[in-house]
Design a protein around this ligand. Structure first.
Ligand SMILES: [Zn+2]
Length: 1022
């Protein structure tokens, strides 16, 4: 036979575009449209429905960016379209085209259709433009159309250019000209047979494209499509569509092969809680997406939908109670499936230990209390890398499965597994799946299904993967076309077997078929988006500050409640926590959102700080009594300067000068010296020597300058706010010149102030050495006006370290400093929390920080090294600031303050101590007496991370602590108040099945034996 594949394919494509797709709508009629433009932030339906509407002509422009126009649509359904007179195999729908552009759903205009009595019917979006007109629901009593469409003029922020600075990310820069024109607002008669034929053709045409053309199956399907083309008359598509379907019936009925990959297709909508839109728009996106899903469920009993993020349900509950009740009903039926158990799909690199725990606590409590279900998996398809602390936290929150997909974005190495055990720093493990389809926004095309089967790495031992389908990022969710694709691939030769499913069913099936999955140990580093540890430094600082203020507020409020019967501000704390948790969303804390989002985040952090300071002040006033004696307050987990951990002590006198005075040093420089360390600073403000006086050991690499500011060109190939590309290292400017260096009186005493200028920017640093500590504190204030630059602060250290240690949640990770393998090479920028440490046996150096997350730690040769001498030293660099231009063109411009501390002669224990101290500065308040700690722990390896009252309102005290050094620890934990018992709980403060019953007691003390990095939650009953 002659090969006509190309000609038949061309014929098919033209037929679909020119005849089949247009024939789906048999007839359309325009409706009457009136409009009212809000001219500002969205308003509730009740306000919109009372507004005065003016006639609106199809084709007219509407929609200044970010504004909302409400369209009131009325008219008759033509006689003979509905009821008994309706032609067989048809249905009636409203079809809306708001002026949709080529951008995807969720990245441009979107609408919500409401009935006049305030019920949401469904959303309208590109590729999902219909509203079902069902009697009694979307049609009025007389059978007429009477609907309101709330049209959001959300701009297409990138406009196809994902690196170009855009003005669209804020009201005041986006311009006033309308950006859409209303194209369609019609009532339509839909031909169901033609629609089904279109779905048949899409499924089979997709199959032909992915199957090798040499297979009998590909040829058979192509010939069937050719028969269909012959059977359907383009002048009479509706009348011949059934014949077309008949021509395809045999190839659609051919069953899948025995070894076909099995796909659990899970309806989903990834809705970014903020990104190229502000959170207020996400509130509406949730309503739109969820109403789409409910409408789909109404018409199809097999559809289920997995939906994460308690925050998004909470928004719907608050703003759309009627919609929330309908969701609750579908949750009860098991079709609308809450997943993930977190407050939002948070970043996992940067949230602190307690905050990451609270993501799970706040999320799960909401799901349990409001929806009566407890998700058993952690669901983070899109976050930018996964902390090695997560397996333990997931387990301690009662979850045993984990799903992500993002590691498929790695730029260098391919993850070897798709289904595996993931083991964290403490040895806990969770059953983990990476959907090999490599997207969380699948449409169930043949191409996607073939990719899932092709890439699935567990072949031969297991054969099942999960495919999340539904428009996502900006929401939208699954469509009836996607469900139709699932139906056609349920058992289809040449395709994986697709089953509509839910996450739990998938995990059950995957565990059952896979006896011995492989194990991945430690962090899952994303080899991509390495700039997200640094972009939008004010957002990062706000997060770090909020986390520590929350600790202080909970600690002192709980202490005041127990000691003085003060009221515990549970509701305020919950509200403040929820704000901080929301802003840990994977495009807010990482700094990858539009200007609007980050300016709002900064305002929110300021408000959170004000309110938390109020709570701390109020609680401390109750605790220290009326008086004018200085009382030093220590919220940290270690005793400090004579003040017990978690306690307060009256000082004999106000704290005096606490830093040493710089004295003149060599070559016009300075010396800062106390009994422990001696630091030499050059005339231009660099540290060239830092000696541990007891051992005489030098910390700075000979000939090198520490406290060196380095400016790099920072122009990633794509994704500006997200990425630092490795080539940044090949363009470096050392900021060696100082405009001025002088001794000043700093906040705690004398300091050396160094002023540097670079172009329009200015850097001022204060260097201060505590009178009795090992830490040289460096406060860097920057007025930053660079563009596409990265500012690093370097400490070349005379320490030969095979690996560097970085703090993460409830512990730390080690990462090699060499670049032997492609995995090491790709890890050129890393995240750390409050400290990093490099050491040799017996000597180490820590660099602590108060708001920086991005670091790079590399092996360094000395300046005078010979060819025979390799890396003698290790350079620790903090990534202080960036200045990406997309999606916020002015990211990071303006004032910043970042503090770090060089700790000479430090072990891991010192690093932990300095990390807490820097982030929990001592407070001195006026009062009458000190405060005994609410709880004491006698082993410094065991660190108290949180003290609070129980979430259940019982008044019980909850103490969360962990082993901080990666070793075994025995600790006596003594509650400092009358109590009736102590039990070990999970993160949600429920009795914990994993613990061996009640802990051992010795009088009032609880005796704990902890394994490396173990987190323990204690409930102390009052
Ligand atoms: Zn996302």
């Amino acid at each position: 036979m002659h090969d006509t594949t190309t000609r038949t394919t061309m014929r098919l494509e033209r037929f679909v575009k020119d005849w089949l797709e247009p024939a789906v709508l048999r007839e359309t009629r325009p409706l009457d449209v009136e409009a009212w433009t809000v001219g500002g932030e969205p308003v509730p339906f009740a306000e919109a429905v009372r507004a005065t509407y003016a006639p609106f002509t199809l084709g007219s422009a509407w929609g200044r960016p970010w504004d909302t126009t409400w369209f009131h649509v009325t008219g008759d359904v033509p006689a003979g379209w509905s009821g008994d007179a309706a032609p067989e195999g048809t249905r009636v729908e409203l079809v809306v085209d708001l002026g949709f552009t080529g951008a995807g759903p969720g990245f441009q205009a979107e609408g919500t259709a409401w009935t006049p009595d305030g019920r949401i019917v469904k959303a309208v979006e590109p590729r999902n433009q219909h509203v079902p007109l069902v009697a009694g629901q979307a049609l009025d009593a007389a059978g007429r159309v009477d609907l309101y469409v709330e049209a959001a003029a959300n701009p297409d922020v990138p406009g196809g250019a994902w690196t170009r600075p855009t003005p669209m990310g804020a009201w005041d820069t986006a311009g006033e000209a309308p950006i859409y024109a209303l194209r369609t607002m019609h009532v339509a008669l839909v031909d169901e047979t033609v629609w089904e034929l279109l779905q048949d053709v899409r499924a089979l045409h997709g199959l032909v494209r992915v199957l090798p053309g040499t297979t009998p199956r590909a040829a058979e399907v192509l010939r069937a499509l050719e028969d269909m083309l012959d059977a359907v008359d383009q002048d009479e598509v509706a009348g011949t569509a059934a014949a077309g379907r008949a021509a395809l019936a045999t190839v659609l009925a051919a069953p899948a092969t025995a070894s076909a990959h099995r796909v659990h297709a899970v309806g989903h909508a990834h809705i970014d809680s903020a990104w190229l839109w502000p959170t207020r728009e996400t509130v509406r996106k949730c309503a739109r997406t969820f109403s789409n899903v409910l409408a789909l469920m109404d018409s199809d009993p097999d559809v289920t939908f997995a939906c994460s993020s308690a925050q998004q349900y909470a928004w719907v509950q608050e703003h759309y109670p009627e919609l929330f009740e309908r969701i609750r009903e579908r949750v009860r039926e098991g079709r609308f499936v809450p997943v993930g158990g977190m407050w939002v799909e948070s970043d996992t690199n940067m949230p602190g230990g307690e905050a990451l725990a609270r993501q799970l606590v706040a999320g799960k409590r909401f799901f349990i209390e409001e929806l009566g279900v407890e998700p058993k998996e952690v669901w983070l398809p899109d976050s930018f890398g996964y902390t090695a602390a997560l397996p333990q936290l997931a387990r301690l929150a009662g979850s045993d499965n984990f799903l992500t997909q993002k590691i498929s974005w790695n730029d260098t190495n391919t993850m070897p597994h798709h289904t595996f055990w993931w083991e964290g720093i403490d040895g806990s493990r969770v059953f983990t799946h990476f959907p090999p389809v490599d997207t969380y926004n699948a449409e169930l095309t043949a191409q996607e299904l073939a990719r899932a089967e092709r890439q699935y790495a567990e072949k031969g031992r297991a054969n099942t993967s999960l495919v999340p389908f539904g428009f996502g990022d900006g929401g939208g969710g699954p469509t009836r076309e996607m469900v139709a694709a699932a139906r056609r691939t349920r058992d289809l030769e040449g395709s994986p077997r697709v089953e509509l499913s839910d996450p739990q069913s998938f995990f059950d099936a995957a565990r059952a078929e896979y006896a011995a999955p492989p194990t991945w140990t430690g962090e899952m580093y994303l080899e991509y988006h390495r700039g997200t540890y640094t972009s939008q430094a004010r957002t990062k600082r706000g997060n770090r500050r909020s986390e520590h203020l929350l600790r202080e507020a909970e600690l002192w409020a709980a202490t005041a409640a127990v000691r003085a019967g003060a009221e515990y501000p549970a509701e305020r704390l919950q509200r403040l926590w929820r704000t901080v948790l929301l802003q840990q969303f994977h495009d807010i804390l990482p700094g990858s959102s539009i200007a609007w989002v980050h300016r709002e985040a900064e305002r929110n952090y300021a408000a959170v700080a004000r309110e938390l300071e109020e709570i701390v002040d109020g609680a401390l006033r109750v605790l220290v009594g009326d008086g004018d004696r200085p009382v030093a307050v220590n919220a940290g987990p270690f005793a400090r300067d004579g003040v017990a951990a978690l306690g307060a002590t009256v000082l004999d006198a106000a704290r005096g000068v606490r830093t040493v005075a710089p004295t003149p040093g060599p070559d016009g420089g300075w010396v800062l010296e106390n009994a422990l360390v001696r630091v030499v600073v050059t005339a231009d403000g660099h540290v060239t020597s830092a000696v541990d006086r007891a051992s005489g050991r030098e910390a700075i690499l000979p000939g090198a300058r520490a406290n060196l500011l380095q400016l790099h060109r920072d122009v990633p190939n794509e994704w500006e706010a997200w990425d630092i590309d490795e080539h940044y290292r090949r363009s470096t400017t050392d900021l060696v010149d100082a405009a001025k260096v002088e001794v000043v009186d700093g906040a705690s005493g004398p300091a050396l102030r160094v002023l540097r200028e670079l172009g329009a920017s200015r850097v001022e640093q204060d260097l201060a050495l505590a009178a009795d500590g090992r830490g040289l504190r460096i406060t860097t204030r920057v007025d930053w006006h660079e563009r596409q630059k990265l500012l690093k602060l370097a400490f070349p250290l005379d320490v030969r370290a095979e690996r560097a240690t970085s703090e993460i949640q409830f512990g730390h990770v080690h990462r090699p400093t060499h670049v032997n393998t492609s995995w090491d090479h790709a890890r050129f920028e890393t995240v750390a929390h409050r400290w990093v440490h490099v050491g040799e046996p017996g000597f180490g150096v820590a660099v602590a920080n108060d708001s920086t997350y991005g670091h790079d730690i590399t092996r360094t040769r000395a300046d005078d090294a010979t060819d025979a001498q390799g890396a003698r030293g290790t350079t620790v660099r903090l990534s202080l600031l960036r200045a990406p231009r997309f999606p916020d063109p002015d990211a990071d411009q303006g004032e910043h303050e970042l503090t770090c501390e060089l700790v000479v002669g430090a072990g891991i224990d010192d690093a932990v101590r300095h990390g807490y101290a820097l982030n929990l500065p001592e407070r001195v308040v006026a009062g009458d007496h000190g405060v005994e700690p609410l709880v004491t722990v006698d082993d410094d390896a065991v660190v108290v991370e949180a003290v609070k009252l129980a979430e259940d309102g019982s008044g019980n005290v909850v103490v969360r602590l962990y082993e901080s050094r990666g070793g075994r620890a025995r600790a006596r934990v003594v509650p400092g108040f009358a109590h009736t018992g102590v039990e070990v709980t999970d993160l949600l403060e429920r009795p914990f099945a994993g613990a061996a019953g009640e802990p051992a007691r010795d009088g009032d003390a609880v005796l704990l034996e902890l394994t490396p990095f173990q987190v323990v939650t204690l409930r102390v009953r009052r």
